[in-house]
Design a protein around this ligand. Structure first.
Ligand code: NAD
Ligand code: DAU
Length: 352
């Protein structure tokens, strides 16, 4: 038995592979294109682990994916690979179309052909699990109920539009070709190995570097935060007992305004590593131009996953965010490693 994990050198994919192999011995074949957002350091602890095989490659490379499927005959494929940063999708949507739409399509085609080659026994347990986002549902008004699996898709950024397209393709491959798919739509993750272009790791990194902490617009946009390891446990649960063809929303019931998140981070840093000049990290907060088309509020109703599959998150926002700050303080070498020249170029472009 083997599973294939795509996007395994990114934030959530790496956490998933590390947790998977910490909990059981089923081998993992990892496929990752190694874009700017990835880091093989994330998987360093598995370098000499016979249970893990890393392959550099694109989910859109049909020949490579076909060869991997024939060679390893995975009993499940978990698709984490994506271009994932909303701001980058606004500055340049092309890569998002290529990976999230065309790449997912090519991957599905390869999997369809592989599925067709299986024995009845293999086919009955095979699963294709597609990892998606709550952003496909668009934006909520303050009094709206949280997103359920019944909400319409109303994506507002090139990123979320391409993720929505990929979700639709996955659904269509189930309805049309009978591919045994599962889709998860998760809220904002945070935790170890999060690339510091995203709000939480960016704020921790900038705070420690004495730089400004950029708040888009009025900072009152709401996100629903989930500790990454809870997302990984939800995916394992869906893979194990999820009903074929179903989608499951994943979230931790942790709605927070961005400004509150940044203030919480600053308060933990004041505690854990006070500024040398005795001032507060919150003094570094700076309001900057808003993100175009900025979604005002996301909130996930995860009750289907809780009720039908018995999943619950282990962390509250308070416990998870403290662990996360501690991880960044203890892993400054990882941060230096990922904040290369290319990273600095991005910051200059995005924040002028
Ligand atoms: P990430 O950007 O940190 O990692 C993505 C990984 O995919 C990188 O390692 C990258 O090299 C790889 N990749 C990109 N294009 C590829 C291609 N064509 N072929 C193979 N590999 C490729 O993203 P993440 O935050 O880890 O997100 C993983 C998945 O989870 C994405 O599908 C994302 O849409 C979804 N998601 C993310 C969040 C979040 O808060 N980060 C929340 C919900 C859902
Ligand atoms: O909701 C799930 C999504 O969460 C995932 O699908 C995406 O892959 C992931 O990147 C994340 O998208 P967001 O746009 O919500 O995350 P980001 O960390 O970029 O921003 C979080 C909020 O903070 C958002 O309202 C924008 C704001 N922000 C972000 C940055 C980088 C700022 O105010 N300042 C910043 O510098």
């Amino acid at each position: 038995m083997t599973i294939l994990v795509t996007g395994s050198a990114g934030f959530i994919g790496a956490n998933f592979v590390l947790d998977w192999l910490a909990q059981n011995d089923e081998p993992v074949v990892s496929l990752d294109k190694l874009t700017y957002a990835s880091n093989l350091e994330n998987l360093r602890s598995l370098e000499d682990d016979a249970r893990h095989t890393f392959v550099r490659g694109d989910i859109g490379d049909a020949a490579l994916v076909a060869e991997l499927l024939t060679t390893h005959r995975p009993r499940a494929i978990l698709n984490f690979a994506a271009e994932s940063h909303v701001d980058r999708s606004i500055l340049g949507p092309e890569d998002f179309i290529q990976t999230n739409v065309v790449g997912t399509f090519r991957l599905l085609e390869a999997v369809r052909s592989y599925y067709g080659s299986m024995s009845e026994n293999e086919a009955s347990t095979f699963r294709f699990l597609h990892v998606s986002t709550d952003e496909v549902y668009g934006s909520l008004a303050p009094a709206d109920p949280a997103f359920s699996e019944q909400n319409r898709y109303e994506p507002n950024s090139p990123y979320s539009a391409t993720k929505a397209a990929s979700d639709h393709l996955v659904r269509a491959y189930h309805q049309t070709y009978g591919l045994p798919v599962l889709t998860t739509n998760c809220s904002n993750n945070y935790g170890p190995y999060h690339f510091p272009e995203k709000l939480i790791p960016l704020v921790i990194h900038n705070a420690l570097a004495g730089k400004s902490l950029p708040i888009y617009g009025d900072g009152q946009q709401i996100r629903d935060w989930l500790y990454v390891k809870d997302h990984c446990s939800a995916i394992r649960r869906v893979l194990e007992v999820g009903k074929v063809g179903e989608t499951y929303n994943v979230g931790g019931w942790n709605e927070k305004a961005n400004l509150d998140v940044v203030n919480a981070l600053c308060a933990i840093l004041d505690d854990e590593q006070p500024r040398a000049d005795g001032k507060r990290y919150a003094d570094q907060i700076t309001y900057v131009k808003d993100r175009p088309g900025h979604d005002r509020r996301y909130a996930i109703d995860a009750s289907k996953l809780e009720r039908e599959l018995g999943w619950k998150p282990a962390e509250t926002f308070e416990t998870g965010i403290r662990k996360t700050v501690r991880w960044y303080l203890d892993n400054q070498a990882w941060v230096s490693n990922v904040t290369s020249g290319a990273y600095r170029d991005w910051l200059n472009r995005q924040y002028q």
